[in-house]
Design a protein around this ligand. Structure first.
Ligand code: HEC
Ligand code: HEC
Length: 237
């Protein structure tokens, strides 16, 4: 290498070093930005109908507000009777949305309408925070229905247009709190079947963009029953 070449090599080399250093600084800045962003958004705010609402709820206040709920939903949000949904561990954003929908009449159920009449917005957030903090007691599946149920859950039915439930509710049914996709893992099969039939008939119509009404409209009764059994027995992994 001539001296001239040496110089060019070292100049380029230091340029590359400077570039690497710059990239490291940029990565650090971006990583810092995104982590602080996460802390600000995840639990405190949620998007519903494009509105940003504060989700800060007090689980202790929620617990005392939940006394009248226990008769149907159980002491800790684990209802015994399968016609009543389990609320334990459910995303507070989803609970808040449902209670608001019952109050506004967008979701109709005689028992629940009476229960929400006197709840304020803050009460609903507190109740959501409380039920989310409880642990769901998981269930079991009817072994005869697992094959069909799993097929629908994971892949849908391509011939008739049923989408894979997993696409929104996740591989283990944990949903997505910021998109307000509910947890369905471990929910009572009987309750799930009722809801799918109500989405199919249009009796329940509080799903944004009719995602569940469309999904259920393609499903046969056998598919509804099998996927409900499968979801009831879904486990954490
Ligand atoms: C008399 C029985 C009863 C009582 C008491 C009751 N609920 Fe319910 N709850 C129901 C039924 C039945 C449903 C299902 C409604 C449907 O099929 O649409 C329901 C549904 C819900 C849902 C929607 C769950 C989901 O997965 O979509 C929430 C949230 C809820 N109840 C919260 C409460 C809270 C909070 C209280 C107390 C303030 C309460 N409930 C008291 C019977 C009851
Ligand atoms: C495109 C996304 C999407 C897909 C695909 C989807 N879901 Fe849903 N699902 C939702 C949303 C969003 C809600 C909440 C609706 C609301 O706000 O009340 C929901 C609600 C439900 C509920 C009611 C839960 C409750 O606690 O009341 C059940 C049951 C359900 N889905 C089952 C299924 C099954 C079974 C499939 C597959 C056959 C499926 N979903 C596919 C988005 C989806």
């Amino acid at each position: 290498m001539s001296q001239e070449q040496d110089k060019i090599f070292f100049r380029n080399f230091s340029l590359v070093l400077a570039l690497i250093a710059l990239m490291m600084v940029a990565f650090y800045a971006i990583a810092k930005l995104t982590t602080t962003k996460k802390q600000n958004t995840v639990e405190i705010e949620v998007k519903e109908n494009n509105e940003i609402i504060s989700m800060a709820g007090d689980p202790t206040k929620g617990k005392s507000l939940s006394q009248p709920c226990a008769a149907c939903h159980g002491n800790d949000g684990n209802s015994i009777n399968p016609i009543w949904p389990k609320l334990a561990g459910q995303h507070s954003s989803y609970i808040f949305k449902q209670l608001s929908n019952f109050k506004s009449g967008d979701r109709v159920n005689a028992q629940m309408t009476a229960m929400v009449a006197n709840l304020s917005e803050q009460d609903m957030k507190d109740l959501g925070a409380y039920f989310e903090s409880e642990n769901i007691k998981l269930g079991f599946s009817n072994p005869d229905l697992i094959d069909l149920g799993q097929k629908i859950y994971r892949a849908g039915n391509k011939d008739t247009g049923v989408p894979a439930c997993m696409a929104c509710h996740g591989p283990t049914g944990k949903g997505n709190p910021s998109a307000i996709y509910p947890i369905i893992q471990g929910q009572h099969a009987e309750y799930i079947t009722t809801q799918l039939k109500m989405f199919k008939s249009g009796e329940r119509k509080n799903d944004l963009n009719a995602v569940m009404r469309t999904t259920a409209s393609y499903m046969t009764e056998a598919e509804i029953i099998a996927v409900s059994e499968y979801i009831q027995g879904l486990r954490r992994n």
